[in-house]
Design a binder for this molecule. Structure first.
Ligand code: FES
Length: 259
């Protein structure tokens, strides 16, 4: 028997299906609709759930790994529930030399949480982000992607009071599930317990598959260093053969030049 979560998700996909089909129709390639589709799910669920990623993979004919790697690349997608208000304070160069440190310290103190954390009541998530491309108006931040410029400590008090009092001009995000203390994937013990997300199924090390520090690459180097003798012998044979061919060509050229 399906759970309420599954029933709600099914109802959501039925509602979003026509919109998703319209998105697909706008592109030459079906897969190009992936980002707008994921945005649509995030708008309705407040985050991009595993079900949403699986549904998008089926709908677009992609593998779960492609969908998950795309979604995890963009920091504007949350793969776990977040607060109704996501506060993103810029810590870029222009903002930093104009007081971002003080602003960030004030947020941390007033919220009682740190970077990438959510308040216990699930209302506010807080993040310190790289340059928001509004360097001429430091210090700046975004609240649910709406800009706030020229921040001061007293502006922070006003903002938090408005959010808590339900009078903030910025619309709250959807919240279909209560958030945990952070939305970082892999911080809830699921990785250490050996559970893999659908996109990582079949990948030997989802955190570093084939990457620079991938242990399998080091093992490969070790193999070359301690090369087994049959391989070395084959390599030598080839070198000898090729060297012979090079000598022959060189000899021929010398003879040709001499006539
Ligand atoms: S450094 Fe803050 S917007 Fe660029």
């Amino acid at each position: 028997m399906s759970t309420t979560r599954e029933q709600n998700f099914e109802a959501l996909t039925e509602r979003l299906r026509p919109q998703c089909e319209a998105m697909v129709a706008q592109y030459e390639e079906k897969r190009s609709a992936l980002l707008p589709i994921m945005h649509a799910f995030q708008e309705h669920e407040g985050f991009v759930s595993q079900q949403a990623m699986r549904w998008a993979a089926d709908f677009l004919g992609l593998t779960p790994a492609v969908v998950e790697s795309t979604v995890s690349f963009y920091s504007l997608f949350f793969r776990k529930p977040v607060g109704k208000y996501v506060l993103q304070v810029c810590r870029g160069l222009s903002c930093t030399i104009n007081g971002a440190e003080e602003i960030m310290a004030a947020f941390r103190e007033k919220l009682g949480i740190g970077h990438l954390q959510t308040t216990d009541d699930g209302l506010i998530s807080y993040e310190e982000v790289e340059c928001l491309a509004a360097c001429d108006r430091p210090t700046c931040m975004q609240v649910n992607l709406e800009f706030i410029y020229d921040l001061t400590p007293s502006a922070i008090d006003d903002l938090l009071a408005a959010i808590r009092g339900g009078t903030c001009a910025v619309k709250p995000m959807a919240q279909t599930e209560k958030p945990g203390s952070t939305w970082i994937v892999g911080q809830d013990g699921s990785v250490s317990e050996g559970r893999k997300s659908p996109g990582a199924t079949g990948v030997s090390d989802p955190n570093n598959a084939g990457g620079v520090g991938d242990r399998s690459g080091i093992i490969m180097l070790d193999r070359f260093v301690e090369m087994d003798s049959s391989f070395v012998a084959r390599t030598r044979e080839r070198l000898v053969r090729d060297a012979g061919a090079v000598d022959a060509i060189a000899h021929e050229e010398v003879n040709h030049a001499g006539h």
